[in-house]
Design a protein around this ligand. Structure first.
Ligand code: ADP
Length: 380
């Protein structure tokens, strides 16, 4: 039997990322950027997908190939409607459209990608894999904000969580690595965006992003947790408009707001040179992480594995060491040598909690989830 090929499309607001997978193998991947920007040769998502199709064809892997089994699409917001990967129909795209107010920066780009590939290959099954879906199992206690319930329900205000494909993939790999497939895992996904999750027996119990991807950890350019009173204060006393506040928290917050650099590599170089702004930014980042580890330990009761992933989690021994420093009483420790060498298991032998570094693979997870929902007739 030949290995099934899946084209994974991550169509964002201004870029399209793609990967063509055959089983675990990545046959091709790439990115088309600056869609719709002034002076950009890529006018819209249709033009971007044309470039993707050309790049694939150039490698003899055309989108029209009969060997392609399905197309999997990353969709950021599934609201409460979508808790699983879903075969795309007209009804499904209409429902994703209805969720645009919850993710105005993301869902329109996702939809544009879906429309184009459905036109290119109307014969192929296409599947939407939602960033929010893995977190749909968090309890009402974890999902509900303590605000007026009528307002919250009318405007669909609750905690949804994001980065779900990564948390699903990494929590499963980490539990397997520890030999505890049904165990309790804390995942720390630290990229430009960052989020934590508490997973038990493969079910997500808590996650740090909320109604939007702004809540929780300190990120490259996003503030993470903040006293909501700061918002009204900025508007009332600071004289800022909602647009300005939104920009400050989403683009000018996090590490960039604290020290001017959003890239952790640059922050660490300045830290090594004794720069006090970088020192403060780094300590705020790691303090927040440690606080979430403690909180999720309490949510889970016992912890088998802590997994680091994402660009920072996979590549920064200093963040891993600092965030987990001083937690020996909880059975959490990091072996300096293993950590520096970037080994898969970085905790010392014999500690209660295994600490691991797991490179995330969202494309593979989307491909797997896509194949899992194909109509049964397609599986001989
Ligand atoms: P995205 O969230 O966009 O997918 P990534 O998961 O690739 O991003 O993470 C990007 C971040 O990873 C960069 O902003 C950078 O700060 C960080 N990073 C990459 N390599 C290193 C490194 N060697 N040391 C520290 N941080 C790193």
């Amino acid at each position: 039997m030949t290995v099934k090929r899946v084209l994974v499309i991550n169509s964002g607001s201004s870029s399209v990322k793609y990967a063509l997978l055959a089983g675990e193998d990545r046959l091709a991947s790439g990115i088309v950027e600056r869609i719709g920007e002034p002076g950009s040769p890529v006018a819209d998502h249709g033009a971007a997908l044309d470039i993707v199709a050309d790049e694939l064809a150039g490698q003899g892997l055309g989108i029209d190939s009969p060997e392609l089994t399905a197309i999997g699409h990353r969709v950021v917001h599934g609201g409460t409607d979508f808790t699983e990967p879903t075969l795309i129909t007209d009804e499904v795209t209409a429902m994703i459209e209805e969720l645009v107010p919850l993710a105005p920066l993301h869902n329109p780009g996702n939809l544009a990608g879906i429309e184009v590939t459905r036109r290119l290959r109307p014969d192929l099954p296409q599947v939407a894999v939602f960033d929010t879906a893995f977190h749909s199992t968090i309890s009402p206690a974890a999902a509900t904000y303590a605000i007026d319930r009528e307002v919250a329900e009318r405007l669909r205000i609750r905690r949804y969580g994001f980065h779900g494909t990564s948390h699903a993939y990494v929590s499963r790999e980490a539990a397997a690595e520890a030999g505890r497939p049904d165990g309790n895992v804390i995942v720390l996904h630290l990229g430009n965006g960052a989020s934590a999750s508490a997973v038990s027996g493969g079910r997500c119990l808590e996650t740090s992003m909320g109604m939007t991807p702004l809540e929780g950890l300190v990120m490259g350019t996003r503030s993470g947790d903040l006293d909501p009173g700061v918002l009204t204060y900025l508007a009332r006393t600071g004289g800022m408009s909602f647009e300005e506040i939104d920009t400050m928290l989403n683009r000018g917050g996090g590490m960039r707001g604290l020290c001017g650099d959003n890239d952790m590599r640059a922050v660490q170089e300045r830290l090594a040179a004794g720069d006090p702004d970088a020192e403060l930014a780094f300590s705020v980042y790691c303090h927040r992480l440690r606080k979430y580890v403690g909180a999720y330990y309490a949510v889970l009761g016992t912890v088998d594995v802590i997994a680091f992933t994402g660009g920072v989690g996979e590549n920064s021994p200093l963040v891993r060491q600092t965030a987990l420093d001083g937690l020996e009483a909880l059975g959490i420790a990091v072996d300096p040598g293993r950590n520096e060498r970037g080994e898969r298991v970085i905790s010392p032998d014999g500690t209660a909690v295994r600490v691991v570094v797991i490179p995330t693979n969202e494309e593979l997870e989307i491909a797997r989830q896509t194949l899992a929902v194909l109509p049964r007739t397609k599986h001989p």
